[in-house]
Write a protein that binds this ligand. Sequence first.
Ligand code: NAD
Length: 298
Amino acid sequence: PAPTLLDGNAIADRTHDDLASSVDALRDAGVTPTVALVSMTESGAGRTHVSMRQQACSEVGIRCWVCEIDPRQPAASLFDRLAELNDDPAVHGVSVQSPLPDHVDRRAAARRIHPSKDVAATHPENLGRLFAGAPRYTPPTPAGIRRLLDAYGIDTAGKRAVVVGRSETVGRPMATLLSGRGPGGDATTTVCHSRTENLARVTRSAEILVVAAGRPELVDAEMLSEGVVVVDVGINRVDAGAAAGGQVVGDVDFESAAEKAAAITPVPSGVGPLTVAMLLSNTVDAASRHSGVDVDLP
Ligand code: NAD
């Protein structure tokens, strides 16, 4: 039988609708939730990221400021801008967009965002809180995946979960959620990475598999067990001829994996839209915390 398609667009749309009511409630109280997207790239991928976030903000009623910094500028230009945004009471959330130029250290940038405005949850304080079971903001991609699984009634408790990738934005926080207590957690969780030996043997043990390696079509049917739930985080631009302008593929060979999977995310329209929706949700949360106006979050 064909696998269930985990439709990120549909769940993100639903989340946006719910967020719009929360934004209305804040606006009625005189608060306009505002996020600053700080971008230091001229890459096409970077621009696509920003414009997708702007579009989603406008759907929901969040004010979105895009701060562009010339990637030839020193890191101090970025840090100065972050300091200004930290001090600006009209700004509730600040998110530094990837990619950053090579001369800017991602962790150093993350440390310069005030933790209370760190809606992408990259500051060590927010990562620490997540790890300690008392998150302030949950990193958007893992939060989005949790939401997607929940929306399709996929229970994680007691399951064997495998996460491929150990980044601080995706792989490790995802493993923290899956292995933590409570809804969306309680899974027996294994983390794989670039030094993992015999990856296929590990992925075949998965009942829930999350792949965030940034390697085009790393995972195929041979690496899966029958009935697995596959979440493909990868966004890889592969050249399909200059005229076509390239094409986006995931970390999973979809056609092949669909032969074994019980449920699977498409790329695009799987995890990506949920990542954006959860960044917006964290922004609404931040606006609520900063203003003291309580609202429901989806
Ligand atoms: P990253 O480069 O920071 O981390 C990749 C991880 O994969 C590393 O920990 C590495 O050890 C592991 N890895 C690399 N090759 C491997 C291999 N052959 N076998 C096993 N593990 C391997 O990347 P990231 O920021 O975590 O992003 C991963 C992918 O997800 C990228 O394609 C990125 O564009 C995409 N992404 C998508 C979203 C979304 O919303 N859909 C959000 C963030 C990132």
